[in-house]
Design a protein around this ligand. Structure first.
Ligand code: GDP
Ligand code: CA
Length: 309
């Protein structure tokens, strides 16, 4: 079976771990959001790609959900001692090596997709990880800060301000002009099923869908999504702040309706949200809490069953 999944960071990565456990024989291609990417200290930071790679490669810090396990932060502390203004972003010492490799390869002219493949040669995620695009896309958030309206990078809004400033708009700068990375459309074309893990519908899945041609490519495919919203709230994180920005209610039903029948064939909601309906889409209720790999594998099996594959 050939499966394509679109993914953000933590929600996507955890789901993919369960999916791997459920169908280890499946050929899995993951199209990962790069709208969260940011350049700091000259390094290209790709949070979602690295979260998926480290999680599937057993290198993730499972408590934090991002970065390397057994991590140290000597460099971060040293930067803080210089009073650099960007230490709100945690970049661990082990993680730094990944970023130095990425910087070196990008400087040598390799596109992000090839850099990702090179990094995955070490981590062996047992899936093909593709950035949604090799072109630069950066999500920005319009906020009111110090009495003026301005656009700040998504990471600054999310990590530094903990999404506490109301988002007046969220824009994936560059997405409309970006083209899918090599292999993305071919993988979708060859897929028996496309899964939308319970990733953030606005800044993870929503951003991937804005890359030219991806939404269109999904039209002819069987697509099943899993709700990131359970009982009216995101299980972890602050996805409600993103949904507010696009005027979508924080509920499993509203997110399903937001994706709509043009994209979805099936929509899985948690049992507490049983009764949710999405016109033109088959909705099923199963437990959707990713408490451990077994529970997550059961979610993956339910998604494949709903897809009829
Ligand atoms: P990020 O890029 O690290 O924010 O990760 P994603 O976009 O891939 O996923 C984040 C989303 O995962 C959050 O908005 C949550 O709503 C969702 N999420 C996290 N844990 C769970 C869970 O156990 N069950 C479900 N259904 N959703 C979850
Ligand atoms: Ca992310």
């Amino acid at each position: 079976m050939r499966i394509v999944a679109l993914a953000g960071g933590i929600g996507g990565a955890r789901f993919l771990q369960g999916l791997r456990a459920a169908v280890p024989e499946a050929e899995l291609t993951v199209v990962v959001n790069t709208g969260d990417d940011i350049t700091m200290y000259g390094l290209r930071i790709c949070p979602d790609l690295d979260t998926v790679m480290y999680t599937l490669g057993n290198g993730i810090d499972t408590d934090r959900g991002w970065g390397r396990k057994e991590e140290t932060f000597v460099v971060k502390d040293e930067l803080a001692a210089y009073d650099v203004p960007t230490t709100w972003f945690g970049l661990g010492d082990r993680d730094l090596a990944t970023h130095l490799v990425r910087r070196t390869m990008l400087d040598a002219g390799f596109p992000l997709s090839q850099v990702t493949a090179a990094l995955c040669a070490r981590w062996q995620p047992e899936a093909t990880l593709l950035p949604m695009s090799d072109d630069r896309v950066e999500t920005h958030v319009m906020v009111e800060l110090d009495g003026t309206r301005k656009a700040i990078h998504f990471q600054e809004w999310w990590v530094k301000h903990r999404a506490s400033l109301p988002a007046l708009a969220i824009v994936a700068v560059g997405a409309e002009a970006a083209t899918p990375a090599p292999g993305v459309l071919d993988a979708v074309d060859a897929a028996d099923v496309v899964l939308l893990p319970p990733s953030n519908p606005v800044v993870s899945i929503g951003t991937i869908l804005q890359v030219k041609g991806i939404r269109e490519a999904l039209r002819g495919k069987t697509v099943v999504g899993l709700s990131p919203i359970v009982g009216g709230s995101p299980v972890r994180g602050m996805a409600d702040a993103c949904l507010d920005a696009i005027d979508v209610e924080t509920s499993a039903e509203a997110v399903g309706r937001h994706y709509g029948s043009e994209l979805l064939d099936g929509w899985l909601v948690d049992t507490v949200d049983a009764g949710a309906t999405v016109p033109g889409v088959e909705v099923r209720a199963v437990p959707l809490l990713m408490t451990d790999v077994q529970a997550t594998a059961a979610m993956a099996r339910a998604a494949l069953e709903l897809a009829g594959v």
